[in-house]
Design a protein around this ligand. Structure first.
Ligand SMILES: Nc1ncnc2c1ncn2[C@@H]1O[C@H](COP(=O)(O)OP(=O)(O)O)[C@@H](O)[C@H]1O
Ligand SMILES: [Mg+2]
Length: 316
């Protein structure tokens, strides 16, 4: 029986590339065939951010507006509210969307000329009203009261889902909300996309400390496994050099961090991703990056780096 590896794309800062990497890595891995089989990896993307960006990216704005926004019971929201109300059963699989269960192409529906059918990629969509006051208040109160037994109940409720997939990707909100914490409790590995400014690097130590506290509280082996430097300047040499210096500095500290903090004991930093409009272009077209025809050198480098990351994750 399989048991999914749960990979949480997290940073307490917005705009760093969480959604971009969640969607692109999840979809890329879902196109890869398992060794010695003709089947692709089964991947589930769970969108836990109220802005629902990765849901909209995957199913398109039209489908989201007409079929998901109007039916919050078909989203993560219904599960969380049931859960809060002590709904004790397993996670309801009814809210999982994919091209097979819906019997209609909804995931990357705009791609015509592709060799992939994305039948092994599924989505649990988010809903904008996660941010509504009535939930926020309820979630906030809950968030401070997260008890171990509540966390165990949440982890148990997800067990049967994890049996169905090879990888579960979680696209997170930019802060430690109640929902975010619940999902950290089922996370194996955290990937942190980051911008290379001073503020973001400061934010990283905050993420390490907070997740470390949760790790102890939840008694769950969680590792901050990978940092992805994103939006690196490649046109301004001075900025580029400053950012490269920061990467070098981080690399210098990695052996010490690994030794000192269990949560960082497998920590790595990936090759950086340059600042480019290609990611936004792909998202606007509702296609994954690797499905966009880009012959420019920079686009080729990005495709290569995404593939390298996917290969690395498959080895986890
Ligand atoms: N390397 C990059 N260069 C330029 N823009 C990027 C890059 N990576 C992501 N973006 C864009 O930045 C915006 C924020 O990225 P997103 O993935 O939504 O961040 P987050 O989920 O962390 O808030 C999006 O418009 C996205 O297309
Ligand atoms: Mg996002």
């Amino acid at each position: 029986m399989r048991k999914a590896k749960v990979i949480n794309i997290f940073n307490s800062k917005g705009g760093v590339g969480k959604t971009t990497f969640a969607v692109n890595l999840a979809s890329l891995i879902a196109t890869k065939e398992k060794q010695n089989t003709a089947t692709s990896y089964k991947v589930l993307l769970i969108d836990t951010d109220f802005s629902a960006n990765s849901s909209i990216y995957l199913v398109g704005e039209k489908y989201y507006k007409n079929r998901i926004y109007k039916n919050p019971e078909k989203t993560i929201l219904s599960y969380i509210t049931h859960y809060i109300n002590n709904f004790n059963e397993n996670f309801s699989k009814d809210i999982i969307l994919n091209n097979q269960t819906i019997k209609q192409k909804i995931i990357f529906s705009k791609i015509e000329d592709t060799k992939y059918n994305y039948n092994t990629l599924s989505l649990i969509p988010s809903h904008h009203s996660i941010q509504d006051y009535k939930y926020e208040k309820e979630f906030y109160n809950k968030s401070n009261l997260l008890e171990t037994k509540e966390i165990i109940r949440f982890q148990k409720s997800f067990e049967s889902i994890l049996q169905d997939y090879d990888f579960v990707f979680i696209d997170s909100p930019p802060n430690f909300t109640y929902v975010c914490k619940l999902f950290i409790s089922i996370t194996d590995y955290i990937i942190v996309p980051i911008e290379l400014d001073w503020q973001s690097l400061n934010g990283f130590s905050n993420v390490v400390n907070k997740v470390n506290q949760l790790r102890k509280k939840f008694q769950k082996e969680i590792y901050i496994r990978l940092m992805i430097p994103n939006k690196m300047s490649h046109t301004k040499r001075k900025n580029h050099n400053l950012q490269q210096e920061k990467i070098n500095l981080i690399k210098k500290y990695i052996p010490k961090w690994r030794e000192k903090y269990k949560i960082l004991s497998q920590f790595e930093i990936s090759e950086p991703f340059s600042e480019t409009v290609y990611f936004a272009n792909a998202q606007a077209k509702e296609k994954p990056f690797f499905e966009i025809n880009q012959d420019h050198d920079l686009a080729k480098v990005i495709k290569h780096r995404l593939n390298t990351l996917a290969g690395q994750i498959l080895g986890w």
